[in-house]
Design a protein around this ligand. Structure first.
Ligand SMILES: C[S@@+](CC[C@H](N)C(=O)[O-])C[C@H]1O[C@@H](n2cnc3c(N)ncnc32)[C@H](O)[C@@H]1O
Length: 410
């Protein structure tokens, strides 16, 4: 496996060619369920790999963005949503394999199962200290056979989780207009498959698009899951500054404005959303021989009020006339760096993987932190977009490395 390179193909297949324990952090945003067609030839999911498939085709109507055609839809809603389109399902009559694009599966259960098969491979390629971050949005359940919004029918589920008694009593459809709860179903299946779920991050979008819904609230957040492979993993503590200029361990609701990337025909995530996860879980230095991360030292100091920065509202001079409790202490953090006495040349940069690479936001942030990266992208058209975006950054990094080398040897 080469680093700082985009591999072309379906990530499940490409990942199988990567060696065990070669990645420090995976961070990604997979296709959301039932949202859009990425315009690629479908892949084969499930079934028997040795079967000589015999596919039969059927078509199904999908529509995301049910309000887009209404007269009161805002212009961006008309443009941003794909409305009604037909999806072709190809199912093998012999082994039950399904051929199609990830995200366009007929049921949420099949989508979660295909997606988690990819993350099984990711677990294999992660180093023992590795982490995995997944940004995944939800969908509302829509009536698949009409544009009617009355909510009579929903998406048919697969039967495997339900016994006959359950099906007889409750039926086997999710009701139209209900959230499908894709993120929750995904994180539960991931933990069923052995991942450790350390945090659910709420990505709050202060500048979210207005929606013309009137019978529920406008959703202005998405989830990002933080999984680890093992209970003990690499994590550089993340500190945030509070309004009163104090410091504390970073919290889990992050307000980050959305950022679109010109030229991308799909949702890109904003670089700012990735900065802390990559800083926290991808080591800048990994031992060239043992592949273990170099631990960075962060000192936590407990301070009294008179020791705080003078512009903090909590600062008080040392001889304040007794109005604050004497025992109150405040935490301040200081990044000391590396105290192992070793040279930087004994280490190599950690590697960040994005198996749904899109326009390459992940690589951009990895490079800004002097870390290596690997991308996988199915659509060759999107590769051109990322190449255009990343080339100037790669050149910039090479120039910086050369300059560093020059000053080191002087
Ligand atoms: C939500 S976009 C990711 C956007 C990316 N985070 C960014 O900021 O540009 C999902 C990407 O996954 C790609 N994709 C879909 N199915 C794939 C598969 N099976 N293997 C690899 N890439 C796939 C799509 O072509 C699309 O570029």
């Amino acid at each position: 496996m080469k680093t700082n390179k985009v591999y072309s193909g379906s990530c499940l297949e490409v990942l199988k060619t990567f060696p065990d324990e070669s990645i420090d952090t995976c961070i990604t945003s997979p296709p959301y369920w039932g949202l859009r067609d990425y315009g690629t030839e479908g892949q084969i999911w499930g079934g028997d790999p040795d079967c000589e498939h015999d596919f039969t085709s059927s078509t199904r109507k999908l529509h995301s963005g049910s309000w887009g055609e209404k007269d009161n839809a805002l212009p961006h809603q008309k443009n941003a949503t794909i409305l009604n389109w037909e999806v072709e399902d190809k199912t093998c009559g012999k082994c039950g394999a399904w051929k199609g694009e990830l995200g366009l599966e007929p049921t949420p259960e099949m989508f979660i199962s295909n997606l988690c098969d990819i993350f099984d491979e990711i677990k294999r390629v992660l180093r023992p200290h590795g982490s995995c971050w997944v940004n995944l949005g939800d969908s509302y359940c829509r009536n698949p056979n009409s544009q009617d919004q009355t909510g009579k029918t929903g998406i048919k589920t697969m039967k495997y989780n339900y016994n006959f008694k359950h099906k007889k009593k409750f039926g086997s459809v999710y009701k139209a207009k209900s959230l499908v709860q894709i993120p929750s179903r995904f994180s539960i299946e991931m933990t069923n498959r052995g991942w450790i779920l350390r945090n659910e991050i709420i990505w709050h979008k202060p500048s979210c698009l207005p929606a013309s819904v009137q019978d529920r609230y406008t959703v202005n957040y998405e989830k990002m899951f933080f999984f680890t492979k093992n209970p003990k993993y690499y994590f550089k503590q993340q500190i945030e500054e509070t309004k009163d200029l104090l410091q504390r361990n970073k919290r889990t609701v992050w307000s980050v404005n959305t950022a679109s990337f010109k030229g991308a025909h799909f949702a890109t995530y904003p670089p700012e959303l990735l900065e802390s996860p990559i800083d926290a879980t991808c080591p800048r230095f990994v031992d060239k021989i043992t592949k273990k991360p170099r631990e960075i030292v962060i000192e936590k100091k407990s301070m009294e009020r008179h020791e705080l920065p003078k512009d903090s509202p909590n600062y008080r001079p040392a001889r304040y006339d007794g109005k604050y409790s004497q025992g109150q202490r405040y935490a301040m953090y200081n990044e000391i760096g590396y105290d192992d006495g070793r040279g930087d040349d004994e280490f190599e940069p950690g590697v960040v993987l994005d198996p749904f690479f899109g326009s390459g936001t992940t690589a951009q942030v990895a490079m800004s932190q002097d870390k290596d990266w690997v991308g996988i992208e199915l659509n060759p058209e999107y590769e051109k977009i990322s190449e255009k975006r990343l080339k100037p950054k790669i050149i910039e990094k090479k120039t910086r490395d050369k300059a560093n080398e020059f000053w080191d040897t002087k």
